[in-house]
Design a protein around this ligand. Structure first.
Ligand code: 5GP
Ligand code: MN
Length: 349
């Protein structure tokens, strides 16, 4: 028996929406990751199994190919490719599930349609400080993935039996990717009770690991080598490391979406490094990824300097300007919100 994390009144309201609703749209955040896709498709397969036949998963933009083996990915509608169709679905939905994001800004160009829609909106998410745009806001930052919350949500509806193998595979994928394959945010025993139930549903967890983590191109691995050898700057005194990649460098290694996944984590394997930032040039901005170990809140750093946010130990943001300026902002940030000073302050208190 799992602890009842989600509040009962939220379950009851959402249950009514599920029972009465005829058309459903599930939306998730821009540049969807494994948890975004996994939680959305997990819920999608569950609603299908409930007998609902009008369910769409709508994402703002495309996602990495190593998630495209997940059952249901072919039915996902990408707003960037089909804006009118996607917005029509959102407009006409009885119920809109907002998964793995806490504020409309995170769905970028899809936001106006979702905000304006009349459908009942239900947020299921684990990012801190949710904004108030849904009728039901299930926000539980202490839970390590939205996919886990989807599992818990279905169980609380009393419909565990309707989790089929497809849903189980998607839910497991989200739980796995948001915990770095159960290497962080993964000490809660109930995670493993859930995994045990998912295995009983027929998933092959070892195969899922392979499908997500062992399908990269040769050029991606070479790019990783280049990053480690030439592009990683380590500041031991600051317990910090930084990596940058320009458009030219990405082209040189034939970059495709998802190729730099995990690069931000690499410097954390150095003894003493507790904060890492990765800057990647994109079309018209610089994508910033931040990670920390321990108490240093990299989401605060992302919010202050890079117009972003996320979790305490994993966050992201963006910078409009040159890579040099982004690095200058980063250095200024380190002076003000310094991981070493932060740790000293913490020890002092
Ligand atoms: P990643 O570095 O893998 O893109 O993102 C890490 C975490 O930070 C994820 O939980 C993601 O939801 C969050 N995140 C990434 N980019 C942004 C952003 O621009 N704004 C906010 N608020 N969160 C972000
Ligand atoms: Mn997540």
């Amino acid at each position: 028996m799992l602890t009842k994390i989600i509040r009962e009144e939220q379950i009851q309201k959402a249950k009514k929406y599920v029972e009465k609703g005829g058309s459903f749209v599930i939306v998730t955040h821009v540049t969807p990751d494994g948890d975004a896709i996994g939680s959305s498709l997990g819920l999608y397969h569950f609603l299908n199994e409930c007998g609902k036949d009008n369910i769409s998963v709508v994402v703002p933009n495309d996602f990495p190919s190593f998630y495209k083996w997940m059952p249901g990915t072919k039915d996902i509608i990408i707003h960037e490719k089909y804006p009118d169709f996607a917005e029509q679905l959102v407009r006409e939905a009885d119920v809109i599930f907002c998964l793995d994001f806490n504020e409309p800004k995170r769905i970028e160009k899809l936001a106006p349609a979702v905000i304006a829609a009349d459908g009942r909106k239900v947020m299921i998410d684990h990012h801190p400080n949710p904004s108030d745009f849904c009728r039901v806001t299930m926000s539980y930052p202490e839970i390590s993935s939205t996919s886990e919350l989807v599992f818990r949500f279905i169980c609380r509806l009393g419909m565990f039996d309707l989790i089929n193998k497809k849903a189980a595979e998607c839910i497991y994928t989200g739980m796995m990717t948001d915990t770095g394959s159960f290497t962080y945010n993964s000490n809660k025993p109930e995670i493993y009770i859930i995994i045990s139930e998912l295995i009983k549903k027929g998933i092959d967890k070892d195969l899922i690991y392979q499908k997500v983590n062992q399908v990269y191109s040769e050029s991606r691995l070479r790019m990783m080598g280049y990053v480690l050898y030439e592009k990683m700057k380590v500041y031991p005194d600051l317990h910090t490391a930084v990596v940058t990649l320009t458009n030219e460098e990405l082209d040189r290694f034939r970059y495709v979406t998802g190729d730099t996944e995990g690069f931000v984590n690499l410097p954390l394997s150095i003894n003493g490094i507790r904060f890492t930032v990765f800057f990647r040039e994109d079309k018209d901005y610089i994508k910033v990824s931040l990670r920390s170990i321990g108490d240093f809140p990299c989401n605060e750093f992302a919010a202050r300097y890079f117009n972003g946010g996320g979790h305490k130990n994993a966050s992201g943001g963006e910078f409009y300007g040159s890579l040099e300026d982004a690095l200058a902002t980063f250095k200024k940030g380190l002076n003000e919100l310094n991981p070493v000073k932060f740790e000293e302050l913490k020890d002092h208190n």
